[in-house]
Ligand binder design. Structure first.
Ligand SMILES: Nc1nc2c(ncn2[C@@H]2O[C@H](COP(=O)(O)OP(=O)(O)OP(=O)(O)O)[C@@H](O)[C@H]2O)c(=O)[nH]1
Ligand SMILES: [Mg+2]
Ligand SMILES: [Zn+2]
Length: 358
């Protein structure tokens, strides 16, 4: 397994999978997903991977299929250069979003990432409300958010935006970066140690791939100019791609997102709004919506000017969206999912143990 350490393999996964290192059981990390086909990296090198029909058939939704960053158990395919994915190892972290539309399906963005680089361009792309939304989603994922204010060469005075982003990020880091003028790139590099995985997210055209290329020291990802009219990107990156950096560390580049919908992110929202969540403890009703109930500590703080009205509105909006996102039969669905996960974990253990004995 040592050869996979640089790809992020650790005891955590070994223990989570089988309570022991899975001997000769082959595991691989999903490095890219293109139209249902996966690329994986195992000790044997790179390979194209297919899902077993069973894995495909039994998937309740996209969370049951591999995502980029996942560790999967694989088996060789007779007579082919391809491998079969027989199971997904437990995930340490999982970044998801809700697809567009009211009944939007959950979409995994990346699994087992340690850091999420939330990139916002200082050429007019930066938006505090969208940043709050990203922060809530990242907090929910279990990964650590890092805010990257990109293209700082295009902004004459970054101080007010920087200060605001620092306040919104709470204890999360905020870095101003110019890939063009090589400013702040070393600071980003400094966050990446061997085995550490970071995922880039943000709108199209904010410079994610350009920064990935700076970190990689070469043109590993294609980049594209933004529209002159409104500085919007042209969706140059079309699939999620994992890249091993020469000096150690792993980054995942992703296609630009038009929107980042929250999916079951209640705890993430509270973690991104600790000021408001902290006040809510003092509300008369434990399920206070902070919109109209008597004895609401949050609205009292709003009236006294302790919290910013825009931030309050943002909190309520994300909360509401989060509630709307939960399907009506959520409880039954979750129960079914948990039962299925337990069954899969058990089967996976058997597979890995058998392999270890071979
Ligand atoms: N001025 C300036 N331009 C930059 C900087 N970083 C990237 N750009 C430019 O912004 C444009 C978009 O960059 P990309 O790296 O392709 O953006 P992206 O976020 O990967 O976009 P998608 O792949 O579409 O999501 C390119 O023309 C880059 O040269 C920067 O630091 N300063
Ligand atoms: Mg790109
Ligand atoms: Zn309240």
């Amino acid at each position: 397994m040592n050869e996979l350490k640089e790809w992020g393999w650790s005891h955590w996964f070994a223990e989570a999978a089988a309570g022991e290192l899975p001997g000769h059981g082959a595991v691989a990390r999903v490095t890219a997903e293109l139209r249902g086909e996966y690329r994986v990296r195992s000790a044997g090198g790179d390979a194209t991977a297919l899902l077993t029909p069973r894995l495909r058939k039994e998937a309740l939704d996209r969370l049951d299929r591999p995502a980029v960053g996942d560790w999967v158990a694989i088996e060789p395919v007779e007579g082919g250069g391809e491998v079969m994915v027989v199971g997904i190892l437990p995930r340490r972290t999982l970044l998801v979003r809700r697809g567009a539309g009211r009944a939007g399906e959950v979409q995994p963005i990346a699994a087992n990432v340690d850091l999420v680089f939330i990139v916002m361009g200082l050429d007019g792309n930066y938006n505090p409300r969208r940043l709050e939304r990203f922060l809530a989603g990242v907090r929910e994922s279990g990964a650590e958010p890092v805010v990257i204010l990109s293209k700082c060469d295009l902004c004459p005075d970054i101080t007010p935006l920087l200060q605001e982003a620092v306040a919104l990020a709470q204890d999360g880091r905020v870095l101003a970066v110019s890939s063009l003028e090589d400013e702040g790139v070393a600071a980003v590099r400094g966050l990446l140690a061997p085995g550490v995985t970071a995922c880039f997210v943000g709108s199209s055209g904010v410079g994610k791939s350009t920064l990935v290329n700076r970190l990689a020291g070469g043109e590993v990802m294609a980049t594209g100019a933004v529209r002159e009219r409104d500085a919007k990107g042209r969706h140059t990156t079309t699939h999620r791609q994992m890249i091993l950096l020469p000096g150690g560390g792993i980054v995942i580049d992703t296609p630009g997102m038009r929107e980042f919908g929250l999916w079951q992110a209640g705890e993430g929202i509270d973690a991104a709004f600790p000021d408001i969540a902290g006040l809510a403890v003092g509300c008369r009703f434990h399920d206070c919506s902070h919109a109209h109930e008597p004895g609401c500590a949050v609205r009292a703080a709003l009236a006294s000017g302790e919290i910013d009205p825009a931030r309050y509105a943002s909190y309520l909006k994300l909360r509401k969206e989060e509630e709307d996102a939960v399907p009506r039969d959520a409880a039954a669905f979750q129960q079914e999912r948990r039962a299925k996960q337990r069954r899969i974990a058990k089967e996976l253990k058997v597979v890995l143990r058998k392999k270890g004995k071979k």
